[in-house]
Design a protein around this ligand. Sequence first.
Ligand code: FES
Length: 573
Amino acid sequence: MTRDPTALRSHRWLGVDDLRSFGHRSRLLQLGYERADFAGKPVIGIFNTWSDINPCHAHFRARVEEVKRGVWQAGGFPLELPAMTLSEPFQKPTTMLYRNFLAMEVEEGIRSYPIDGAVLMGGCDKTGPALLMGALSADVPAIFVPAGPMLRGNWRGRVLGSGSDTWKYWDEKRAGTITEADWREIERGIARSHGTCMTMGTAATMMAVIEAMGFTLPGASSIPAPDANHPRMATESGRRIVAMVWEDLRPSQIATAAAIDNAITVHQAMGGSTNAIIHILALAGRAGIPLDLDRFDEISERAPVLANIRPSGAFLMEDFYYAGGLRALMRALGGLIDPTCMTVTGTAIGAGFGDAEVFDREVIRGLDNPVYPRGGTVILRGNLAPGGAVMKPSAAEPRLLRHRGPALVFDSYGAMKAAIDRDDLEVDADHVLVLRNAGPQGAPGMPEWGMLPIPRKLVQAGVRDMLRLTDARMSGTSYGACILHVAPEAHVGGPLALVRTGDIIGVDVAARRLELAVDEAELARRRAAWVAPAAKLARGYGALFARHVGQASEGCDFDFLAAGAPLPEPEIH
Ligand code: FES
């Protein structure tokens, strides 16, 4: 213990002798606690994103008790604070619309209550970045408890991966190569335990990124949710957060520029979701660390994909964990990781993986035998995306990495859906499918619409990949030649708004170029005639979101939540 109990934030609520603190204490006694349960102890707020509607966090009802057990063991006082769940499969139009909402909830929850330290329980896609964004802004000691991946899916002895195999078998169904009965069986076998998606989707990516930033216990991010190591990790996290409070080990000491570089390196090495780029930009923004898209490309140029996980590779997260997990991957990255960065353990990150071993070199490859040598995720720029666009070449057919073809433009997802399966749709495999008005402000919320379906007549002809271009995102479990996050988005008048069906679009991944082959004079004419679309949401949170959200290239955070302005302690009278 290095701090005096009177230095705790909670002391102002519970430790002083005045009328207001009498009220606070008497209300805790009303809950059945004794004074000795909380007097002079760190109050640990456990932000639990459990909900009946979130299958990825179904075990959090039990895990929170395991976290509390650790807090009690270490001499802390645990308080569970339910937080918005952001259930990826159910929340529409997209959980991304609510990431900043949860981040605000955590920030304000810490600020307004007597919280000395925070446990952040999340995993399903946006929950991880949202919880950590809030904790970074609040800057009280915080530790992340990742939900962990679910078990492998299974269909007639075949391994099924979340998302990736949904898209794959949906196309097989559309092509008539599997039956309706097969499809029903796949529905029953693809998600067969609690936990997050077990492909390298946004959840697995962000849990790894948050561990690489130093915010989990070593190796925590890849433990399968049903494995007994998972509750042990939860209890240990409860013990550790109490010690962090006494050490006054804050997020601002952990989230440094070098830690962000480690996170980007791990993102590349995992063959991680493109969504993580937006979230890492937002996390850096909250931590006050300058970061732009070019840094991702610089690191991508030197960091190979080593994790052989779908959709870029062949295996699933369960295989990854038993092959050694993230500790082994970070060690395999050698000098590409800065081992000196501080973590929630109070020691350098290198101490957490120094003795890690790879038990299956097919699942976690070495630098001498990568899954993809470099450039797993790349940043493209050009007259069509002056603010940048993102592509994951490792999940695309190589023939499409240098391509020119005519645009087929859709102004909304509904228009695309109505047309894409028509037999008279004029399209061939060289076309570039374009979906616009699906960005942060336009949708609003930037849904995962970016893996546009291949037109049915082409699927039936055997086509499985085409170049696709959008200001939307795509799920990390998706794959294909999809160019995403085009910035500025069409809704605010970005060049994407000016594309017409038939225009030639060219992409050259090696040169990092994305061009619209229309001369500047014609583009100027189209720009002058362009009329800004009306906002879709005129009231409530949606209106606030559309008014304040930044572009994808800036992390899609709200302008009023960036680092800088001080966060005052509340007045207690
Ligand atoms: Fe929750 Fe994929 S749906 S992680």
